[in-house]
Design a protein around this ligand. Structure first.
Ligand code: NAP
Length: 328
């Protein structure tokens, strides 16, 4: 395990605040989860309640981004209100997307990506102003082969400088070519040293294609964070789509046998992977988080893991479906 995660003391479920920091998100039932109540104070109180439940459940990794609306601010105000010292948690944030939704669910553009040096310089200053000494990991948000950021020398050199100053650097990846981007990240060096300490990728029962590349990353000493373990809510009770019905029945059967929800089974499948250091819950409510946390106590046997492995869909199909999810 990388030094970065030693502070977690084996607590492998983290909390991502993408669904808690802003009114709009792509997860299936986001508007219902938030009860369509978007007042900033209401949203801050909700975020703090979920953070309290996380803390009580042993969660010590928290994941935010500049583009998650007020997520960094909500996290910072909670850390201050509960007097949680930097040494007690690990906080990762991201740069590269700007939040452009204007606190609306129906904005024309919710976020705009730009992997330039100017954006990095602006956003690291903003993240530091909010998170101060709590910021432990700074990640490129959604690197892809076409984003070109892993070839942008001025950005890589600035990231390397931040790393030399003591801030671990990561990248998050997305899309059907995640594995290619992860492997490319190992090769990126400045002055002969690797730039990246950590990689965050989407791995779940429907889209496990990045698994072998993450195993290589882990073996090479990088930290591995898994995002979207529930496929944006598609691997939960909420997914009533007819084409998911057969898979859902199989998941429900396994869940009944273990006395948990299907979300806990999907999360436990990530925890069963030895290369996964941290898996992010994206819970939008205390109830969802409680259900997600049941995964920590589950041990899936070999037969069930083999059965769950048959739920995967072709990566291209998965990412096409994801791209069509509606902001709500
Ligand atoms: N490119 C990137 O860097 C990137 C991209 C995506 C995510 N992330 C990170 O990963 C974190 C997790 O991603 P994610 O939110 O997509 O995770 P996810 O685990 O795939 O989906 C979480 C969603 O599943 C639903 N859910 C969870 N538990 C449930 C339950 N018990 N019953 C019913 N529904 C339940 C909720 O959505 P609904 O209730 O709305 O259906 C919840 O918001 C984010 O917060 C963020 O930190 C990073």
């Amino acid at each position: 395990m990388t030094k970065l995660f030693e502070r977690l003391r084996g607590s492998r479920i983290g909390l991502g605040l993408a669904a808690l920091g802003r009114p709009g998100y792509i997860n299936l039932g986001h508007a219902e989860d938030l009860e369509r109540r978007y007042d900033v104070d209401v949203m801050r109180t909700r975020a703090h309640a979920v953070l309290d439940r996380a803390w009580q459940g042993g969660v010590r990794y928290f994941d935010v981004a500049r583009s998650y609306g007020r997520a960094e601010e909500f996290l910072a105000s909670w850390l201050a209100a509960r007097s949680i010292a930097p040494s007690q948690v690990v906080v990762g944030s991201k740069w590269g997307y700007a939040y452009t939704a204007g606190w609306k669910t129906s904005a024309e553009t919710h976020e705009v990506k730009e992997h330039s040096l100017a954006r990095l310089s602006q956003q690291i200053a903003e993240s530091r102003a909010l998170l101060g000494a709590h910021l432990d990991l700074y990640q490129i948000h959604s690197a892809t082969p076409s984003s070109g950021v892993l070839e942008n020398r001025e950005v890589l050199e600035r990231l390397f400088e931040l790393r030399r100053e003591g801030l671990p650097i990561g990248l998050t990846v997305t899309g059907p070519e995640q594995a290619k981007t992860v492997r490319r990240a190992f090769e990126v060096t400045v002055e002969g040293e690797r730039v990246f300490d950590c990689v965050q990728a989407t791995w779940n029962l429907l889209e496990p294609s990045v698994g072998p590349a993450l195993a290589e990353a882990h073996a090479a000493g990088l930290g591995v964070i898994v995002k979207e373990p529930l496929a944006n809510g598609r691997l939960t009770e909420r997914n009533r789509q007819p084409r998911f019905a057969a898979k859902r029945q199989r998941l429900e059967h396994a869940a009944r046998g273990l006395g948990v929800g299907i979300d806990a089974i999907a999360l436990a499948a990530v925890l069963a992977e030895p290369w996964a250091d941290v898996v992010l819950s994206g819970a939008a409510s205390v109830e969802q988080l409680s259900s997600n946390l049941a995964a920590s106590a589950l041990r899936l046997d070999g037969a069930l893991r083999r059965e769950l492995a048959t739920l995967a869909e072709p990566a291209e199909d998965y990412w096409q479906t994801r791209a069509a999810l509606a902001w709500n």
